[in-house]
Design a protein around this ligand. Structure first.
Ligand code: NAG
Ligand code: NAG
Ligand code: NAG
Ligand code: NAG
Length: 479
């Protein structure tokens, strides 16, 4: 009896492990480039490969980035930004040109494995007040047609990454899921179109935002480690918000008559700074639970099995808009310099490990800009200068991970981050005579005062032009 059980069990293990070896899960990552000092794309691509990442999603079709993916076999989603939707909805010739320049160019033998074109990014967010509602579907149709006319109809699909706010439910029951009422008929048209083209529905789901936007949200329900209190939806049990949210979408799709459409999670992740629940520890907890679900091919109650996912995000981006919150610049699994923040199972092996950092990063000299010790009686002047520095450089850690700094520490942080952003230009460490450059590491109270990296060449000019525009804007605002 005992022996028979052992035999059966051994058999099971063999079966299970064979199936794992045959088809390991893989996740994709979102690779955004809104940083003052972007890392060279070649270094990033090597980092993706070193970490076993086989899929990447971009926010534009910048040829300089895209061309470095050639020959890697990494499946790529390129994108059309929202501000181009109106052009593409009206003018088919523009779509043809876009496909020629941004797709065809990369499709040679040994080129880039482009799988998807994202037409817009979350164009129906309520905060956009309907700006992109009218143009999105016509642009989607035009781009899809341009892909087909260029001969890529089977290989490359156009789709529209949407925020999970395009659908909702009542009483948090997934089975009540349906499209948001103001765009309901449009959503039905879109999903029918995607379905007819065998294109996926791409949705961005943010358990962090559910928690961050709602004081009463139960903390454990945001994570995927089984600690959440279970809710019941007609006999189906949910113990985390990701499953509940995903299945709400599954219901909405079903009610639109496209229950078998492929779903891709276009963005999911957890930030590490800039909000109460944004920390390295909680991000680690979130990814640990989520990647375990991925490695085990657990899926959700309504769609068990494989999930198609792009994590958000690869890197911190210090020039992103902080309109959604200070956390917006801190979504990276890696810091601005390609150093990992926490162990994570990027290759879906079932085990956390420290990711391989970016190799070959070059730093600016180890110099910091700090508030002069003998200027402590000039606080009013200092605070004007801090406001100026922080209107240009990224001071978002000050209210969060660096909040333990004292007043002079905070002033130094602002001066230093501005100085670094300006490539340590001597004139950027003056602040009306209040600041000085030092060779001593200014980090203190658990707050890291970063040294900026050398920007990947081509981008430098662009960045300084942007800064000049910012400067002019601020000068005008002060007058
Ligand atoms: C190709 O994509 C880039 C980057 O997104 C964009 O700036 C450019 O205008 C596109 N080309 C065409 C012909 O539309
Ligand atoms: C949307 O409308 C609100 C209120 O009318 C306004 O404050 C906001 O700037 C608008 N946003 C956009 C993107 O038009
Ligand atoms: C698949 O995952 C297993 C661990 O579950 C690991 O040992 C194996 O190396 C992985 N295979 C590939 C091809 O990455
Ligand atoms: C400065 O000190 C901090 C805290 O000890 C450390 O994490 C960081 O690596 C140091 N920076 C440099 C450039 O040595």
């Amino acid at each position: 009896m005992v022996r028979a059980e052992v035999l059966i069990c051994a058999f099971c293990v063999v079966l299970v492990s064979t199936s794992i070896i045959e088809a390991n899960e893989s996740v994709g990552v979102n690779w955004g480039t809104m940083a003052s000092h972007p890392i060279h794309p070649k270094i990033i691509v090597d980092m993706l490969k070193a970490n076993g990442i086989k899929k990447v999603k971009l926010f534009d079709a910048d040829g300089w980035t895209v061309k470095h993916l050639a020959g890697t076999g990494i499946e790529t989603m390129i994108a059309i930004p929202n501000d181009m939707l109106s052009t593409f909805s009206k003018d088919y010739d523009n779509c043809k040109d876009w496909v020629k320049e941004n797709v065809t160019k990369h499709m040679y033998n040994g080129g880039v494995d482009i799988k998807y074109v994202a037409v817009g990014n979350e164009p129906f967010l309520t905060t956009y007040n309907g700006t992109f509602v009218k143009d999105t579907l016509p642009a989607l149709k035009n781009i899809q047609k341009a892909l087909e006319d260029a001969g890529y109809g089977d290989q490359i699909k156009a789709t529209v990454p949407l925020n999970a706010d395009v659908y909702d439910s009542s009483n948090n029951k997934p089975s009540t899921g349906d499209w948001r009422s103001d765009i309901r008929s449009l959503m039905i048209e879109i999903v029918k179109f995607l379905h007819s083209k065998n294109a996926p529905f791409v949705v961005n789901i943010y358990p962090f935002l559910s928690l961050n936007l709602n004081k009463d949200f139960p903390l454990d329900f945001a994570f995927i480690d089984g600690g959440g209190k279970t809710t019941n939806d007609n006999g189906v049990q949910y113990n985390n918000v990701f499953d509940a949210n995903y299945d709400t979408l599954v219901w909405a799709l079903k009610k639109s008559g496209v229950s078998d459409i492929k779903i891709i999670v276009g963005e999911i992740g957890w930030p590490t700074d800039g909000a109460d629940h944004a920390s390295v520890d909680l991000a680690h907890r979130f990814y640990k639970g989520f990647m375990k679900k991925m490695a085990n091919k657990k899926g959700t109650p309504l769609r068990p099995g494989h999930l198609d996912v792009f994590l958000f995000s690869l890197l911190d981006e210090n020039t992103k808009s902080i309109a959604p919150g200070a956390f917006e610049r801190h979504w990276g699994i890696f810091r601005y310099n390609g150093q990992p923040k926490f162990p994570i199972d990027l290759a879906c092996t079932g085990q956390d490990k420290w990711p391989v950092p970016a190799q070959g990063i070059q730093y600016l000299p180890f110099k910091w800009c700090v508030f002069k010790d003998d200027k402590k009686d000039e606080m009013a002047k200092a605070s004007e200068n801090v406001n100026y520095a922080c209107s240009i450089a990224d001071c978002t850690p000050l209210g969060y991970s660096c909040e333990d700094l004292d007043k002079t520490g905070k002033i130094s942080y602002a001066f230093n981050i501005y100085f670094q952003m300006q490539d340590q230009d001597v004139q950027a460490c003056d602040f009306q005579g209040l600041a000085e450059i030092t060779n001593n590491n200014a980090s203190r109270n658990g707050c890291n005062f970063p040294i900026e990296i050398m920007s990947a060449g081509d981008r430098l000019k662009l960045v300084s032009v942007t800064n000049i525009v910012f400067l002019l804007f601020i000068v005008i605002a002060l007058m």
